[in-house]
Design a protein around this ligand. Structure first.
Ligand code: PMV
Length: 353
């Protein structure tokens, strides 16, 4: 038995949606009820680094394992298992076609992942996490797969992870096939297409979210009437306007759709029975602060968006840094909206490094 250890490493960035994914039409395959669109943030700021290794010498009794930020992490969940199964079966097909290949698909996998941002920061790390995990194993197995094909696999780990396989502006097309083979991501524009774009992340709370995105989605699909309107007309409209705004680098339109879509998503959450609230008073104060900034500037220079938690992501253009970051800083210093700390303010370039 060879004791050779095969190894591959990769990094994947965090993405923040401007047209949100919210709702599954198939929970097992993670198929969405609507398409979505996100901006990939700079890897220098937020990314997961994952190393995958395997060897015939790793004891089979240990099975597959994941060390996340130095701590053993449970990978027995259906989502992670679906990703591992898909990757193994693709590798097994290669091994069957070429019997001279080492049988990596039969060896236990050791995965080691690290985030370059505090996991406790309350920022969604599952997108970068699953994207890095899938690409690291695909590289280890030398699978001839494109980012879009990998996005099909990462999607099964965490829906939003499929968008983290690309930099820049990324769409996840919902597809209409029952087996999900057309529900994948593609790049709408490179980050370099709009080099002025920036994102500011305001950490309101480092606490884990109260209602997980999976159960929040399930409850929304089951009980919200507003949600039906959202997926039938609101999101298709937002996707079309957003793609055009990005193509034309039209910040006013980009910002309006970003804010409207965040509002629409949170409204469907409030429309569930019982209602779900992800934003808190500090989040709402951030919305008012963005409105005040835009009013003062006499045009839209900042856009807020909130995922399934209270933290705000503010998009703006570098040329408006003073108006946005400067004003935010003063508003926050004003202590009118308690909960923010200046140390929590981090300007991030949503460009891929
Ligand atoms: O990928 P998940 O299952 O954690 O869901 C993410 C949902 C949102 O972050 C709220 C929206 C999105 O499109 O990323």
């Amino acid at each position: 038995m060879s004791d050779k250890v095969y190894r591959a490493s990769t990094t994947a960035p965090v993405n923040i949606a401007v047209v949100k994914y919210w709702g599954k039409r198939d929970a097992k395959l993670n198929l969405p009820t609507n398409s979505s669109l996100s901006v990939t943030l700079s890897q220098a700021d937020l990314r997961t680094l994952t190393t995958a290794s395997c060897s015939a010498s790793f004891p089979a009794s240990e099975g597959d394992s994941l060390l996340l930020n130095g701590e053993p992490s449970d990978i027995s969940g259906a989502r992670t298992q679906a990703c591992l199964r898909e990757l193994r079966s693709r590798r097994a097909a290669l091994e069957q076609a070429d019997p001279s290949l080492p049988k990596l698909s039969t060896y236990p996998l050791r995965l080691v992942s690290e985030n370059n941002f505090p996991t406790a920061a309350g920022l969604a790390s599952s997108a970068a996490g699953f994207a890095a995990l899938v690409r690291a194993i695909a590289n280890l197995y030398e699978l001839p797969t494109s980012p879009s094909e990998l996005s099909l696999i990462a999607r099964q780990g965490s829906g939003s992870a499929c968008r983290s396989l690309f930099g820049g502006y990324v769409a996840w097309r919902m597809g209409d096939k029952a087996d999900g083979t057309d529900s994948m991501a593609d790049q709408v524009a490179e980050a370099s297409h709009w080099p002025d774009m920036r994102a500011l992340i305001l950490v309101v709370s480092a606490a884990k979210k109260g209602v997980s995105s999976s159960s929040g989605m399930q409850q929304t699909v089951a009980t919200s009437g507003l949600f039906r309107e959202r997926i039938a007309t609101v999101v298709p409209g937002n996707m079309a306007i957003m793609e055009k705004a990005i193509a034309e680098k039209d910040f006013e339109k980009f910002a309006e759709v970003t804010m409207r879509d965040s509002n629409s998503f949170h409204a469907t959450c409030a429309d569930t029975y019982p209602p779900i609230f992800y934003m808190n008073d500090v989040s709402r104060a951030a919305i008012r602060a963005v409105e005040a900034i835009n009013e003062k500037a006499g045009r839209t220079v900042a856009a807020y968006t909130f995922d399934a938690g209270p933290n705000a992501v503010i998009y703006y253009q570098e040329k408006d840094t003073e108006a946005v970051v400067g004003t935010f800083y003063h508003v926050l210093q004003g202590a009118d909206i308690g909960g923010w700390k200046s140390a929590d303010i981090k300007g991030l370039k949503p460009t891929i490094s």
